[in-house]
Design a protein around this ligand. Structure first.
Ligand code: C5P
Length: 400
């Protein structure tokens, strides 16, 4: 079992402006109680909502507020400050600070530290619901996420401005749980190699047409990213998707099931294999010229593709120690997925319901059931990133 203890870890907490800044005080208290050393930076906006004195009293360290203070620079330069922690946490992260982070600005101490740090960064956004839904904020968060920055919350609920919706800072204990997971996972899988398949495959009908499965690759890419953050060496073999490459991951783009199969075999040996791709079950005996529309519609001849999951799970010499498959089912979820686990020879199956009305395909959330040797465990609906984190926690427990 991995040691998820936080004792002795260090967090640099950046508190930006917003009514939720008072919750940062509770977060500091919880972190200190968990044995975490906390250094705090208060932005100009943050200091409008909580006083440096109250932050300092809880941190048992001086609070940093001013980029151009000569005393600060002589005691601890801002570069050193940016690297003095195991994790940089921004809570609350205002829409403005997120925008400046995304743009790479360094016009105050907080943004300078965020640009100079070589440590993982986690942000807990808090803002008005309309600001949260604004395309600028959405684009900024996507940029930050593609750089490997972890995002916690926000939660939905009534807001200080009288509106209702997502935008409330995640509760301090939720942020603490995310920090615990992030720091507890750091390095837990170092030295391990994980191979992930993600996205759909495209099977050519002729040089311009293909058949494919519906898959955005969001869940597989999130798993690859979470495994990399836990220290694993990750090979992500991905069908055609419109997603950025997760940071710290070796990406191998492929088109067809046959190419994905060959790339997985070439990536072995591995300790962990997660087969998340929606692989086409059949390929077409493809024409080498574009089929013409004239005359009767062409008859397509379909041929079964290799079952990558089943093949790898049944390998004798180089089977990864932990083989995980996915099962998208439209009915009898647990029974079908349990039978699939046995048939494919994998260790775990992550099953989800994709019937009519489900928004799993292409959406950002997922609701799954883990099926392993102990039976079926439903997980509550969560973001694909949170499902990936939870899966990685289980992988760490299994492998360490
Ligand atoms: O049989 P089914 O396609 O429902 O199984 C789903 C699981 O098998 C997924 O983990 C998927 O990635 C994997 N699979 C595969 N190769 C195939 C078909 C499915 O690896 N040809």
């Amino acid at each position: 079992m991995a040691d998820l203890s936080l004792a002795g870890k260090r967090v640099l907490l950046i508190i930006s402006g917003g009514i939720a800044a008072y919750k940062a005080l509770e977060l500091i208290r919880l972190l200190r109680k968990a044995g975490v050393g906390v250094r705090a930076v208060l932005t100009r906006g943050g200091a409008e909502f909580v006083t440096p004195l109250s932050v300092q009293a809880l941190c048992e360290d001086r609070v940093y507020t001013d980029l151009f203070s000569l005393t600060d620079e002589s005691e601890m330069g801002h570069i050193q400050l940016s690297r003095s922690a195991d994790l940089v946490v921004v809570a609350p992260a205002s829409a403005d600070l997120l925008a400046r982070m995304a743009a790479g600005l360094a016009d105050d101490l907080a943004t300078t530290l965020l640009l100079a740090t070589d440590k993982p960064v986690m942000v807990a956004p808090a803002m008005n619901v309309r600001m949260w839904h604004h395309p600028a904020t959405i684009a900024n968060l996507a940029t930050l996420q593609s750089r490997g920055i972890a995002i916690v919350g926000p939660e939905a609920g009534g807001m200080a401005c009288g509106e209702f919706g997502p935008g409330r800072l995640a509760e301090p204990d939720t942020i603490l749980a995310a920090i615990r997971q992030r720091l507890g996972h750091a390095g837990a899988l170092s030295g391990r190699h994980a191979v992930i398949t993600s996205g759909p495959t495209h099977e050519a009908i002729d040089p311009v047409r293909y058949i494919a499965n519906r898959s955005s690759g969001k869940q597989g890419h999130a798993i690859a990213q979470a495994l990399a953050q836990a220290g694993a060496r990750v090979t992500l073999i991905t069908g055609p998707v419109a997603l950025p490459e997760p940071p710290g991951v070796t990406c191998i783009p492929v088109e067809s099931a046959a190419a994905m199969h060959a790339a997985v075999i070439a990536a072995l040996p591995a300790d962990i294999a997660v087969f998340c791709a929606a692989v086409a079950d059949w390929r077409v005996v493809a024409a080498d010229r574009k089929l013409k529309k004239s005359g009767a519609p062409p008859q397509l001849t379909l041929v079964e593709t290799p079952d990558i999951l089943s093949d790898i799970a049944h390998r004798a010499a180089d089977r990864p120690a932990l083989v995980i498959g996915f099962a998208a089912e439209t009915e009898n979820l647990v029974a079908n997925a349990t039978a699939k686990r046995a048939r494919k020879g994998c260790d775990w199956i992550i099953a989800n319901h994709v019937g009519a009305g489900s928004d799993v395909m292409g959406g950002d959330a997922n609701e799954v059931v883990l099926i392993n040797q102990d039976g079926a465990t439903p997980w509550p609906r969560a973001s694909k990133a949170a499902i990936a984190e939870r899966l990685v926690s289980n992988i760490i427990k299994e492998m360490t």
